[in-house]
Structure formats: C-alpha cells, structure tokens
Design a binder for this molecule. Structure first.
Ligand SMILES: Nc1ncnc2c1ncn2[C@@H]1O[C@H](COP(=O)(O)OP(=O)(O)OP(=O)(O)O)[C@@H](O)[C@H]1O
Ligand code: SF4
Ligand SMILES: [Mg+2]
Length: 334
C-alpha cells in the first residue's frame, strides 16, 4: 500500500489568519499533513473548523490583502506559497483541481457548459475546435451526464444541482489532475445523488491514480472513501490516522464525540454528525490550552493551560492525537 518516494503534497505548519475588524482570526493554525499519489485523505470537522480555509490556502485562492499565510505547502517539490502567480495559474486546474460544495459558485452562469469545459482544455492542454469538443463530450460521458452532446449548449441554470456538480467535476478532471480537492462536494445534493457523485469520484480516482483530499463534516463519507483521516478542530488537526485505525481506536475526546454521533460503519452512509454540546471557540481569541477544553468532559487544569501537541499513539507514528487525557478505548460501538 505504501508508495515509494516523496509525498505528492506536503503541508508543514501551515497557518492562515484572516484580518478581521476584531483582529486576526486563526482559521488554520499550525496544520501539517501529507498526501501520497493515488491516496485519499479525509478532512473532517464541524462547521467553522477551517476545512475550506485550508483547501483554499493550498490552491491559493484567498485574497492576499485579507489573509496572512505562513508555513510550507510542497507539491511535487515546489513550495506553492512562493511560486509566481503565472506558475500557480498553470498548476491550478492542471495539476491540482478543486470541486466546491456549491457548483453554481464555480460555474459561470452566462457561459454554455461546453464553452466552460473547452476553455480549460484550451488553456492547459492546447486543445481547440473539434478535438476539444470531442474531449468535452468524453468528459461529460465519463461523469455520467445523460445526453452529453446536448449539454454542451446548455447553461448551468438549465441543469439540476446534481448535473451541475457533474459538470464541475468534468471540468476539474479535464486535465487529469494529480490532486483533486473536493470540498463537501455532495453536501448540497440529495442522498441518492450524493452516493453517485462520491462513487464517481472514487472510480475516477482509482482509474487515474489521482490523489484526493475529501473534505466533509460527515463521518459516513469519510469512512467509506478515504485511506487516512485528519480531524480538524478550531483550525488545528487534533487527530490523524489511517481511516481504519481512527474508526477502531480513536484517542481524542473530540473525535470520540464525533464517533458517538455517527457511531457505526454499518450505519447508512452519509449519517449526519449530531451537534456536540457547546460551540467551537472564537478563533480570534482561542483558549490558550486545548481548544476543545471548554466542551470536554475529561478536561483538567493542564488542558486549560497547555496546548497538547500531536503525539504518536502507535509504534510507527501513523496514528497521532493531541490530548492530555486520551480515551483508552474506542466509543465506536457505544
Ligand atoms: N473570508 C473570510 N474572512 C474572515 N473570516 C473567514 C473567512 N472565511 C472563513 N472565515 C472564518 O474562518 C473560520 C473557518 O472557516 P471555514 O470556512 O474554513 O470553515 P469550514 O470548516 O469549511 O466550515 P463549513 O463546514 O461550514 O464549510 C470560521 O471561523 C469562518 O468564520
Ligand atoms: S486535552 Fe484535555 S480538554 Fe483537550 S480533549 Fe484532551 S482531555 Fe479534553
Ligand atoms: Mg467549508
């Protein structure tokens, strides 16, 4: 299962702070992880934990004026935080593509579907005319679009939400990216379409040995489609492990609370996380110790005062958690 060589993407001590009227908002605050070729990393966490900010930082689509980003994002040996804007434009769409929760925000409402796909093919692959059109039809067919030829001349508003997301995926996959970042790609869709879209991404990923970061607040999604999972809380990764190890033996009380809200792998897929008591902290003034402390039943003085580092819970260091009082056994079947 292990891939030889360097990871495709390596994120090191990444921080993204938004400049707000109240001060710096620490949306991403010291995050490190890596993704290998062909591998899927799930990023899971409640609303506001920084998942989208992290994704947008990686593909550099946040406003430079309103954010400060520090750390390193190494993709195929290049630091994405320091490459030039033209180089980044080449990487974005060709090597790293992104699918957003709401396809209406990524599609252009006043351009026909075919034009939007062909623009990407022209820009990154130099394909034009009939060759581009043939490829656009192939792409739409590959994402399960009914009547692909006719869709070329339609506008996004003429399509259903599920079909719009298929177009967005066709565009994202047009250049066979090495990494796809899918940020809650199915949250806006109904349940049957959700499963179809996730299966589609999974199949395409396997066929093309593409790496994927699948972002979700839904543990059911993460369980079924990922190799490893990073759990985010208040801008930080609080537990990180192979999907199997995380579901069998989670150590961080926050992860355990997520598990209890969607406890079993045998549950129907896409089971929603039940809200955990209390609210995530204000990221302008986060608690000085463990950020989960105000909501944690196991908290003690040390949790209030000192931030727990991510430490290994297994011999090879692949399962890591940040907690002073880790849970001893999984709550998975509770
Ligand atoms: N452009 C922005 N300016 C200021 N603050 C922002 C901006 N975008 C996001 N935030 C804040 O950053 C934090 C992280 O937001 P983010 O959108 O990354 O969360 P998320 O995990 O993707 O949540 P969701 O599951 O709701 O999509 C939140 O506190 C949010 O309010
Ligand atoms: S460090 Fe303390 S407050 Fe934080 S999750 Fe662990 S026990 Fe709870
Ligand atoms: Mg988000």
């Amino acid at each position: 299962m292990m891939d030889a060589g360097l990871p495709l993407l390596e994120v090191t001590d990444l921080a993204t702070h938004f400049h707000t009227q109240r001060g710096l908002l620490r949306a991403v605050d010291g995050v490190s992880f890596s993704v290998r070729r062909g591998q899927t990393l799930g990023i899971v966490g409640e609303s506001g934990s920084g998942k989208s900010a992290l994704a947008r930082t990686i593909i550099r689509i946040l406003s430079k004026r309103h954010t400060t980003t520090t750390g390193r994002i190494t993709f195929e040996g290049r630091d994405l935080l320091t490459v030039s804007e033209p180089d980044m434009r080449d990487i974005r769409g060709r090597d790293i593509a992104m699918v957003f929760q709401d396809p209406t925000s990524s599609l252009n409402p006043v351009k026909q579907v075919g034009v939007q796909i062909e623009e990407v093919l022209a820009r990154h692959l130099g394909l034009r005319g009939r060759a581009a059109q043939t490829r656009a039809i192939e792409l739409l067919t590959s994402v399960g679009m009914p009547l692909p030829q006719e869709r070329l001349h339609q506008y996004p508003h003429q399509l259903s939400g599920g079909m719009r997301q298929r177009v967005a995926i066709a565009i994202a996959l047009a250049c066979e990216p090495k990494l796809l970042i899918a940020d809650e790609p199915t949250t806006a869709l109904d349940v049957t379409i959700q499963a179809q879209i996730l299966d589609l991404l999974h199949r395409r990923q396997k066929a093309h040995h593409m790496a994927m970061i699948l972002i979700s607040h839904d543990l059911g999604v993460v369980a079924g489609y990922t190799d490893t999972v990073a759990v985010m809380y208040a801008g930080q990764i609080v537990e990180q492990a192979s999907t199997r190890s995380l579901f069998r033996n989670c150590r961080m009380p926050y992860t355990a609370a997520l598990m209890r809200s969607a406890p079993n792998l045998s549950d129907p897929p896409h089971t929603r996380l039940r809200a955990i008591t209390g609210r995530p902290p204000d990221m302008v003034l986060p608690p000085p110790g463990c950020r989960f402390e105000p909501r944690c039943d196991d908290a003690t003085d040390i949790c209030r005062n000192r931030r727990p580092a991510l430490s290994a819970s297994d011999a090879d260091g692949t399962h890591r958690y940040a907690c002073w009082h880790p849970v001893a056994s999984p709550g998975a079947s509770a």
